[in-house]
Design a protein around this ligand. Structure first.
Ligand SMILES: [Zn+2]
Length: 471
């Protein structure tokens, strides 16, 4: 079937166009300027979006779906509905928090089984690089993972193991052979342990955000990134730093990139929108790791995005059940709101676009920047940019209609993920997702009275069997 979407603001890699996007069997076949439309285009069944901007469907390179095994935290059905409502047409799922963790091909197949027929949007899967699974890495690559994730520090719940330098060095030749990226949670334990010991001997108040911030110092990130840059120099694998929080690492990363090392960097909506100074005592909904730092740090992250040193924005959507956030007492006598006991993780898939836009538009950035940071760059990281990530002929008609001038207040009703927890609750955000299309089919529509999803979930996996170097 051939149909078309028309908008005065189509966001393409070549700029913003007043154009008609022609879609045939789920693929974009043409982007025609509206100023001179030939009759065979003008006569197609067309939905005119008027002044709504039309962007490429967003790609989230960092989503924790937790199924199978911890579906009570989140699951494919709920996470991908939240994604569709948030303008995301592809999510790339992390290999931890689920059980079994995705560190073998057998576990990957269990995850595929769990995801099947449940997903409102498309997905790809990261594999895990853990202590001792180096011989599973190339089989995982052949089986179609988009890359690998490793933790240099305890990941917060059991199942997935962190990896030390010696064991990482066993894995890196195998990672390099796949040509796939290694995504790393870059914090080292010793400076965190030392900070916590110091805080506890000085009677720190764990209901205060400043205590949590002091417990996860910039140094923990800096030391980890320094180690990773050295390993990247030695083993020449594609290194991706997930959720960069500290601005202090930016000069080191810039120097490594100037040396030609294959390093990419992501940050998250919460680091770009929130600031430590504004987080209230007991504000455990803001707890994540690495932590949200100062307002000055936030400004520096925006500058790094502007300069291209930070490549992309990913949600790190990481939900948990309410009792794990310690918002209320979980046993008699317990006081809620302790930062050392609450789960670290922020769920944001359905509002992340607006959180970023709220901040971006006041700082002079455009929807073209958004398309780069939230669609094309993450698609490149996951190796799916020949199929998604921009509005261009030949790519999937994954699209999102966005009203950049509308505002809305965050309520539980707009969240759609399993547990309606959010640090943004009751906040008024700028920019509203109106519709999301997956391969030409509308999967989400927001009208003034209600939100409507596609009846049948059509999401499927991007599995990329990689031609590995023979050795
Ligand atoms: Zn994460």
């Amino acid at each position: 079937m051939v149909h078309a979407l028309r908008s005065r603001r189509v966001i393409t890699p070549h700029g913003e166009l007043d154009a008609t996007v022609v879609i045939e069997d789920g693929i974009i076949t043409a982007v025609h300027p509206n100023a001179h439309l030939e009759s065979h285009i003008a006569n197609l069944p067309t939905e005119d979006l008027g002044n709504l901007a039309l962007l490429p469907g967003l790609v989230d390179a960092h989503t924790h779906i937790n199924e199978p095994g911890r579906t009570e935290w989140e699951g494919f059905a709920t996470a991908t509905r939240a994604a569709a409502a948030g303008g995301f047409t592809t999510v790339v799922d992390m290999p931890l928090n689920c059980l079994p963790e995705t560190t073998t091909v057998a576990a990957l197949e269990l995850k595929r089984e769990a995801a099947r027929n449940q997903c409102m949007v498309d997905y790809a899967l990261w594999g895990g690089c853990v202590d001792g699974n180096q011989l599973h890495l190339e089989p995982l690559a052949r089986a179609g993972v988009a890359g690998f994730k490793a933790f240099l520090i305890y990941p917060g719940c059991d199942g997935f193991t962190s990896i030390d330098r010696a064991n990482l060095e066993h894995a890196l030749p195998h990672i390099a052979a796949t040509g796939l990226p290694l995504l790393v949670h870059a914090e080292l334990e010793p400076s965190i342990a030392a900070s916590i010991a110091h805080l506890n001997t000085t009677g720190a108040d764990w209901f205060k955000y400043s205590t949590y911030l002091a417990a996860r110092p910039d140094a923990a990130e800096l030391q980890a990134i320094e180690l990773l840059i050295a390993l990247c120099r030695q083993y020449r694998f594609r290194l991706h730093i997930v959720h960069l929080s500290t601005m202090q690492a930016l000069p080191m990363l810039a120097a490594a990139r100037a040396d030609g090392l294959p390093i990419t960097v992501e940050t998250c909506p919460h680091y770009l929108h929130c600031a430590a100074e504004d987080i209230p005592d007991r504000g455990v909904l803001y707890k994540c790791a690495p932590p949200i730092r100062s307002a000055a740090n936030r400004d520096a992250l925006w500058s790094a995005l502007k300069d291209g040193l930070i490549d992309l924005i990913a949600t790190d959507h990481s939900p948990c059940p309410p009792d794990m956030k310690r918002l209320t007492a979980t046993q008699p006598g317990e006081e809620p709101g302790r930062f050392d006991e609450a789960w670290g993780g922020i769920a944001s898939l359905s509002v992340a676009f607006s959180v970023v836009w709220t901040e971006a538009h006041t700082r002079g950035f455009t929807l073209s920047h958004i398309a780069q940071w939230l669609s094309l760059a993450p698609a490149k990281l996951a190796g799916i940019d020949t199929q998604v990530g921009s509005i261009e002929p030949g790519k999937h008609a994954n699209l999102v209609a966005f009203d950049p001038d509308a505002s809305f207040t965050v309520t539980p009703e707009v969240l759609y993920y399993r547990h309606k927890l959010s640090p943004y609750m009751n906040e008024t955000l700028q920019g509203l997702v109106r519709s999301t299309w997956l391969r030409g089919e509308r999967v989400f529509q927001r009208t003034d009275n209600s939100d409507v999803f596609a009846i049948t979930p059509q999401g499927r996996e991007y599995a990329l069997p990689y031609p590995l170097d023979t050795h």
